[in-house]
Design a protein around this ligand. Sequence first.
Ligand code: SAM
Length: 288
Amino acid sequence: MAQHWSMRNLPEMDEEQFRLWQALLEERTGMALAPERKTFLETSLAMRMRELGLERYDVYYEQLVNRPAADTIMEWSILVDRLTVQETSFFRHRGSYDLVEKYVRDRFTSARPPQNFNVWSVGCSSGEEPYSLAMLLTGLFEELKVKPYWGITATDISLPVLAKARRGVYGARKVELVEPALRERWFTKISDREYEISAELKGRICFARVNVLELHKVPFQDVDLIYCQNMLIYFRRWRKREIVTRLADRLAPGGLMVLGLGEVVDWQHPNMDKVRFDNSLAYMRRMH
Ligand SMILES: C[S@@+](CC[C@H](N)C(=O)[O-])C[C@H]1O[C@@H](n2cnc3c(N)ncnc32)[C@H](O)[C@@H]1O
C-alpha cells in the first residue's frame, strides 16, 4: 500500500487501512473509534511511528499483529496511552464520593461490621482516583474508630500512567484544588510546582496493569467497593454491559459498584440492585 507524507507531514491512511486499525484497536482494547476520528488516529499513530522510525501504517500494524502477544504489551500500552484521554482529578465527582462515604458509614456501624475492606479502582489513570479514595477511607475509619484490614487495588491498561500513579507526584494546580485539611495531611510540597503524596497513602494502594477486556485473567474476588468512572466511555454499549457484568461478579455480598453518571443504561444483573442516591450511578450486590 503506497503512503504519502502530506502537507501536515503525516502519511495518509486509506479507508481500508482505517477499517483494519479500527478492528484491531477494538479487538485488543475495546476502544471503538468513530469514522470522524480518523485524523486523530493518523496523528496519534504517526507520532508514535516517528519515535519508532517507521514511515508506514501497514508496517506498524504488521508489527503489532505478528509479534507474540508478550512482546507487544509495552507497545500496546504506549499506543493506548496516546489514543485515550487520561484526564482525571482528585475527588473528581463529589456525588460518587458522598455515596462511598455513606456506604462505608452504614457498613461499619452495622451489627456485623466487616473485618476486611477491599477496594478496586478500575481505569485509575495517574492515581488521583485511588488516592482520593484512600484519603476518604483513612479519615472515615479514624472517625468511626474501626481498624479493618484494608487496601486498594488500582488498575489501568496504560503502563505510563501507572508509573506516574506509583510515583505520586502531582502539579500544584491540581493539588491546590484539594480541601486544605486533606492537602496538609497527605501532600508534601517538593518544589514550587509539585507536591508528593505521603508514603502512608502510597502503601495502601497496589497499582497493576489490567486490560478490562481480559478480566477473566484477573484473580480478584470478594471486592467490597468497585469504583469505575470515565473508562467505559470508550466502549460500545454491549461491551460496556459485558464489562460491568464481569466487574459485578467480583463483588462480595453487600459490595458496592460505583460507575460514572449515565455510563450504562438498561443494565441488569440478577444479584445486583440499583442504589438510589443523588447525583450518582451505583449498584449493590445482594447479601444472598
Ligand atoms: C479518563 S481516564 C479515567 C480516570 C479516572 N477513573 C477518573 O474518572 O478520573 C480513563 C482511563 O481508562 C483507561 N483505559 C482505557 N481503555 C482501557 C482498557 N481496555 N482497560 C483498562 N483501562 C483502560 C485509560 O488508560 C485511562 O487511564
